[in-house]
Write a protein of this length. Structure first.
Ligand SMILES: Cc1ncc(COP(=O)(O)O)c(C=O)c1O
Length: 388
């Protein structure tokens, strides 16, 4: 029987020297060989033969194995940030003359990397909406990569994994998907045929707003190329941060399950409030993504978005909160709110905002682990400050 996620997240490698409950932090940047001929072993097994910590490190490897298990992947590689993971994974596979099709609505920095940096390598990038992505094999047969994320920031709209993978396979393309918003507890894209999953582990996996980290998960074969690129680009995680991630992983499932429950309650509360024009949360049956989310997510997540009449109302709401911090990022134990037009979608033209389905009155909420009763009271008091 394969072990369940909470068990995998707790029981990784053993401390065989002292039987400590925690796997040790190997802070060494370099590891000595016993004999010069041992270097030959490095050619065969780069992950398990430790020689230099940019290539691999035992503390890091312990966490990589856990993330692979949680994502139902053969292997995983850790990075110093989500962007290090995303950029390295994309450039591990796309080469000069290749075509990438990408969802138009992406995490802002991933979008800017694909729009402004990737074309400098002679790689063609086309941004598409969901419907165009599902049919992209017709317009872009032979594309090298499909890059997308679901749920999408900030509206939590869901993209069909089934339809995207089907189209990518017809095109002969690899799929890379950002699973940060859902976390491996709520969604396993590899079950639906996605080839490579990327994470900003800074978010739910880290979970305490104190670690920058990223991860890539997929087949052993594909991850060989990713590790080779990591060695060259150098975005490795340091062992201290990997240890912190190991500690965080042990509570990932209970954290995310509570965040799912609290977000559902809060979304339902917001849905009853007259001052709120729209509530976006995949767990609300009237929301357009509900059907897709039911099919591909095990939980609806801790992220939601509300739409107030205008930017001023959004500012009053955010500035009136006592518990919710007005801060960018997500996935931590503390509730965070942010106004997309002032943060992730700043400086976008009205047309760009329209195609991102983002309005000035939107507030994105990352529901933390405070008691949901206290959060609802905080939200109620803040809503009361908005003039009727
Ligand atoms: C969905 C998503 N992907 C990737 C990233 C980038 O991760 P990092 O900030 O760890 O580089 C973020 C950061 O906000 C994100 O929200």
């Amino acid at each position: 029987m394969t072990r369940k996620k909470s068990t995998e997240a707790i029981h990784g490698r053993k401390d065989s020297l002292y039987r400590g409950a925690n796997y040790p932090i190997y802070s060494s940047t370099t590891f000595a060989v016993e004999k010069s001929d041992d270097y030959d072993k490095f050619i065969g097994d780069q992950e398990e033969f430790y020689i230099y910590s940019r290539y691999s490190n035992p503390t890091v490897r312990n966490v990589e194995e856990k993330i692979a298990a949680l994502e139902k992947a053969e292997d995983a590689v850790l990075f110093s940030s989500g962007m290090a993971a995303i950029t390295t994974a994309i450039l591990a596979f796309a080469k000069q003359g290749d075509t990438i099709v990408a969802l138009r609505r992406l995490y802002g920095m991933a979008y800017r990397f694909l729009r402004d940096v990737v074309p400098n390598f002679g790689i063609h990038v086309h941004f598409l909406d969901e419907a165009e992505l599902y049919a992209a094999h017709k317009e872009f047969p032979g594309a090298k990569l499909y890059y997308f994320e679901t749920p999408i920031n900030p509206t939590t709209d869901c993209v069909s994994l089934e339809k995207t993978v089907r189209s990518a396979r017809k095109a002969g393309a690899l799929t890379i998907m950002d699973n940060t918003f859902a976390s491996p507890i709520n969604q396993n894209p590899i079950d639906f045929g996605v080839d490579i999953v990327v994470h900003s582990a800074t978010k739910y996996i880290g979970g305490h707003s104190d670690i920058m980290a990223g991860a890539v998960a997929g087949s052993k074969e594909l991850l060989k190329s990713v590790r080779e690129s990591l060695k060259a680009f150098g975005g490795c995680i340091n062992p201290m941060d990997a240890y912190m991630l190991d500690r965080s992983l042990k509570t990932l499932k209970v954290r995310v399950e509570q965040q799912n429950k609290s977000a559902q309650r809060i979304a339902e509360y917001f849905n009853r409030q007259k001052k709120i024009l729209n509530v976006y949360y995949p767990g609300i049956p009237s929301v357009r993504s509900y059907k897709i989310a039911r099919k591909q997510m095990m939980g609806f997540g801790g992220m939601l978005c509300i739409e107030l009449p205008d930017l001023n109302s959004a500012k009053i709401f955010c500035d009136s909160l006592e518990l919710g911090l007005n801060a960018t990022s997500l996935g931590g134990v503390e509730t965070l709110v942010s106004i997309p037009v002032l943060t992730s979608h700043i400086k976008m033209s009205p047309d760009e905002l329209k195609s991102a389905r983002v309005s000035e009155g939107m507030v994105r909420i990352s529901v933390g682990l405070e008691d949901p009763d206290d959060l609802i009271l905080d939200f109620k008091n803040a809503l009361a400050k908005i003039p009727a």
